[in-house]
Design a protein around this ligand. Structure first.
Ligand SMILES: *Cc1c(COP(=O)(O)O)cnc(C)c1O
Length: 356
């Protein structure tokens, strides 16, 4: 006899471990390509052996000290902040908290690959609204796609994987059209790299509108992808719901200590973000010179809408020892993270050698 697994899971991709190619440059996961700050490493080591809260103890389930630090950073009251095991966990919690079978979760496509997965796990229906020809989220079309079944909307800006941002005025016009009972999530995973002058202030929207939540992560700009720390800023009623569906103690004590240290090291991190932006500008220009179509990115990656040639490009890059992320389908392309200068050079050389 075979155990019964929910049929909703049948068409979900099974976990495939990331292939490691010895000696290859990894530009596939939008990580920060700088060594861990000594202060962060020290905070992790100290937390492991802390007298009263070492790793033999359960972590603080409410991450109180981290929430206090995030309140200081964001200007939001502590009651509006909740942490998660990466903001991808918060994406799943948002779906769990708002949608069930028959309900709709709306997002642009392409956008963050986790949105359809967490939606399907919950049994809700994913509604994908195509991005514009310029690879931007189509907020007008997304507003038109809201139905009585819509429960949750994800707006990713800068958008993963296309790198584009929405404009503040467009987002406000969109939010004004969304019914009050529908929750809108503004996913700002890449906000520290966003140098557009007309980008929205997600925090301001999340603190002034009860149906808006903003997601942030320490995985990208803060260099803590391996420790899994994200947070949401939302109305206290949404915060309470997110806590109810959380896995207990999901944010471990080493992650909490590292996050506190990383937030305290913003002054040291900010120049790294500027270097990423400068390298992104250089990589973008290099690719354009080679004749590639590349939308302007405001994140720490660039998007090559290579469509049916995406898989071929990724395989070609791998032969040049550069691992990129291919989304190989009709709306597909290749996402390339910005790495250290010599890594970006290696990628540009691979791109130059790709037969076109
Ligand atoms: C990377 C990413 C996240 C979350 O990452 P975590 O590591 O789970 O915090 C969330 N949203 C988008 C769009 C991302 O690209």
């Amino acid at each position: 006899m075979t155990v019964r697994i929910r049929s909703a899971l049948d068409t979900l991709p099974a976990y495939a471990p990331g292939r490691s190619v010895p000696g290859a440059i990894k530009l596939a996961s939008n990580e920060l390509a700088f060594p861990t700050l000594p202060a962060v490493a020290q905070a992790i080591a100290d937390a492991a052996v802390h007298e009263s809260s070492g790793i033999n103890r359960y972590p603080d389930n409410g991450a109180a000290r981290l929430v206090t630090a995030l309140a200081a950073l964001t200007g939001a009251p502590e009651s509006h902040i909740v942490t998660g095991c990466g903001s991808v966990a918060l994406c799943q919690q948002l779906v769990q908290a708002t949608a069930e079978a028959g309900d709709e979760v709306l997002f642009g496509w392409r956008s963050f690959e986790a949105y359809p997965i967490v939606t399907q796990i919950t049994g809700a229906t994913a509604v994908r609204v195509p991005v514009t020809a310029g690879h931007e989220l189509d907020l007008a079309a997304m507003a038109d796609a809201i139905t009585p079944a819509t429960r949750l909307i994800f707006i990713c800006t800068p958008n993963n994987p296309t790198g584009t941002t929405v404009r503040a005025a467009d987002l406000i016009a969109f939010l004004d059209r969304v019914p009050e009972h529908v929750l809108v999530t503004i996913d700002e995973a890449y906000t520290e790299f966003d140098d557009a002058d007309d980008s929205p202030d997600g925090l301001a929207e999340a603190t002034s509108r009860p149906n808006v939540v903003t997601l942030r992560t320490l995985s990208k700009a803060y260099g803590l992808a391996g420790l899994r720390v994200g947070y949401a800023v939302a109305d206290p009623a949404v915060v309470t719901a997110l806590r109810k569906v959380a896995i207990p103690f999901a944010l471990n004590s080493l992650a909490q200590a590292a996050a506190l240290a990383a937030l305290g090291a913003r002054a040291e991190l900010a120049p790294r973000w500027q270097q990423v932006v400068a390298e992104r500008t250089r990589v973008h220009a290099g690719l354009r010179e080679l004749g590639y179509e590349v939308p302007v990115s405001r994140a720490n990656f660039v998007w090559l809408p290579l469509r049916e040639r995406s898989a071929e490009f990724a395989a070609h890059s791998e032969q040049h020892k550069v691992i990129v992320r291919a989304f190989a389908d009709a709306s597909g392309g290749v996402r390339v993270s910005i790495g250290a200068p010599h890594e970006n050079d290696a990628f540009l050389a691979a791109a130059a050698a790709f037969p076109r």
